[in-house]
Design a protein around this ligand. Structure first.
Ligand code: AMP
Ligand code: ZN
Length: 129
């Protein structure tokens, strides 16, 4: 990342009382996505600036999964979704636009898309023979 490019997630991480932070623990925090694709769309983000899930430490993995469990409890209570898509765009070729690793937690609602059989298959428009 260019020095002139400010990382939006580091800016939030550096302010522990940031209004966007819904919950946090030692190594990660949870926010609502600023441009949600469903009601309650949230992001789990390590406090350290790393680009890929595969660079997280064991401690970070533990904290990220702890927040995932907490996010489900909070989102179930507030939005009562039917279920969730949970995913990582791990690198630009996979669609990552913010170069600071994050897990999308996307609440899903009955009939919120016309073709409900897509799921992760919709991520890549073509299939391999
Ligand atoms: P990705 O394309 O996987 O890198 O996702 C980046 C996500 O971060 C998008 O869903 C954006 O809406 C979200 N986003 C970017 N900047 C912010 C911000 N400052 N606060 C909250 N969400 C953000
Ligand atoms: Zn960052």
């Amino acid at each position: 990342m260019n020095q002139d490019d400010r990382c939006p997630f580091c800016e939030i991480a550096q302010e522990p009382a940031h209004q966007r932070i819904v919950s946090q623990n030692n190594y990660a925090f949870l926010i609502r996505d600023g441009n949600p694709i469903s009601a309650g769309h949230s992001l789990i983000i390590p406090k350290r600036h790393i680009g890929s899930f595969f660079k997280t430490s064991e401690g970070e993995k533990h904290c990220i999964l702890e927040l995932l469990e907490q996010a489900k409890i909070q989102l179930d209570r507030e939005f009562q979704p039917a279920t969730y898509n949970i995913g990582i765009n791990d690198g630009p070729a996979a669609g990552q636009t913010v170069p600071h690793m994050h897990i999308h937690v996307v609440p899903r609602y009955e009939d919120d898309e016309q073709e409900s059989k897509g799921g992760m298959r919709c991520v890549v428009p073509t299939t391999v023979d």
